[in-house]
Structure formats: structure tokens, C-alpha cells
Design a protein around this ligand. Structure first.
Ligand SMILES: *Cc1c(COP(=O)(O)O)cnc(C)c1O
Length: 221
């Protein structure tokens, strides 16, 4: 299926309140242009250098850029000037560095906190207690806007395991929303990828991050 028709099929199935983030990592700028021509405006990348290159190549094309990968503090300048949302804040060290960068550059950076829910040890992210601790001190990060949570389910064909991961992140998300009603912008739940986005919709996803199902297989990842 072409990039354009994959996007059209997905948009048909996604409820109107759910944002489709087209994950274009490892695919060329031409693939993004094809998606843009099909009406897709939101793109996600996970490597700082590649992100910066594509963001510069497509300046003034109305792209909404999300950064979704592990970010080292020495690479902030490749990402923060262009990112409309950093979905993958996974440490306090990173959060503080983003806040500092924002202060120095007169910007407020919109972020999601990445929650560790998957069974794999390798997956990045905070534990619930750490997120809670940060949220209680959210006002001290003056140049960060907390917009919600991101999470990745365990990479498995077992639907029950994936559902359990999504249920856990959804429950924690609801708990935070109840606890901090003053943060009205804390409302995004970014869960669901090519293999599990339909399940994620059952757990209140407001954003799905889809690569393979739009652009095809990546050469490496
Ligand atoms: C690569 C990636 C995706 C997209 O994965 P697909 O299975 O190709 O849809 C989503 N989220 C993150 C964080 C990723 O790194």
C-alpha cells in the first residue's frame, strides 16, 4: 500500500480526537513529503541528528515535529529549536537540562513524561513514583510544560500482556489528572504503535505513534 493510502486508511479508523504521529525515522525526506502531500502534518523522529536534518529540510512546510527517542543532554540544541513536543523525557537530569535550555533560549518546551510500563528492562522511562515526585514540583520547571504521558507496551504478541501495560498507564494517567486538575494541559496519552494502536484506543490514547504501518519496514532500528 502507498504511503498516502496507508494514511487515509488509518485516519478512517482513528477517532477524531486521536492524533496520528507518523514515525518517519530511518525513512528519507521524500517519504515525509509524500505523507505531507496526503495531508499528514505530524511527524515523529527518534535520533537527534536525523531529526535536525529533516526539520531543517522541511522548514516552513507546516510540519508539527515530535521527538520520540532517547535524548542526551549534549544533543538538546539539535532537537529543542524544532520540536513542538518532546514525547520521551525519561530522566530528571534530562528534564532539568531542558528547563535550563528553555530559560536560556526564551522558550517553553512542551513535553510528555515517558512511563516505564513494559516488561523489557531495556525500555526507557520513569517509574510511577518518580513521575509523581516530579509532578508535585512541576511549577519549579518554569520553562517546561507538562502535557501528559508517553508509554510503550511490552513487545509481544500476547494481547493480554499489552492490554495490561496500557491499562496500567491509563490508570496512572487518570490518577494524575485527578490529583493535578490545575494542570489543564496535562491531557495527552501517547500509547500505541503499528502493532498495537487498535488496543491503545481502548485505553484512552490521545496520540498514536505509527511508523511501519505507514512507511513500511525500516532498514534498521
Ligand atoms: C519507532 C517508534 C515507533 C513506531 O514504531 P512502529 O512499530 O514502526 O509503528 C513508536 N514509538 C517510538 C517511541 C518509536 O521509537
Amino acid at each position: 500500500m502507498s504511503i498516502a493510502s496507508s494514511i487515509q486508511e488509518l485516519k478512517k479508523e482513528l477517532p477524531s480526537g486521536v492524533k496520528l504521529v507518523a514515525v518517519s525515522k530511518f525513512h528519507p525526506v521524500e517519504a515525509i513529503e509524500e505523507a505531507l502531500a496526503a495531508g499528514q502534518a505530524v511527524f515523529g523522529e527518534n535520533r537527534p541528528q536525523e531529526f535536525e536534518k529533516k526539520a531543517r529540510a522541511l522548514q516552513d512546510r507546516g510540519v508539527e515535529w515530535h521527538f520520540i527517542g532517547h535524548l542526551q543532554t549534549n544533543k538538546l540544541k539539535m532537537v529543542l529549536p524544532y520540536a513542538d513536543l518532546v514525547q520521551s523525557v525519561d530522566s530528571e537530569h534530562l528534564l532539568s537540562a531542558i528547563d535550563d535550555w528553555g530559560r536560556k533560549n526564551g522558550k517553553v518546551i512542551h513535553v510528555l513524561l515517558e512511563l516505564h510500563v513494559a516488561a523489557e528492562e531495556t525500555k526507557q522511562g520513569f517509574f510511577e513514583e518518580e513521575v509523581l515526585d516530579i509532578m508535585f514540583r512541576a511549577d519549579s520547571y518554569r520553562n517546561v510544560r507538562f502535557c501528559g504521558l508517553m508509554g510503550m507496551a511490552t513487545n509481544t504478541d500476547n494481547e493480554e500482556d499489552v492490554r495490561a501495560d496500557f491499562a496500567r498507564i491509563k490508570a496512572f494517567f487518570d490518577y494524575l489528572r485527578d490529583l493535578f486538575p490545575e494542570y489543564s494541559e496535562f491531557r495527552e496519552l501517547s500509547i500505541g504503535m503499528s502493532g498495537d494502536w487498535r488496543l491503545a484506543l481502548d485505553y484512552g490514547a490521545t496520540m498514536v505513534r505509527i511508523g511501519t504501518a505507514i512507511f513500511g519496514e525500516r532498514k534498521s532500528a
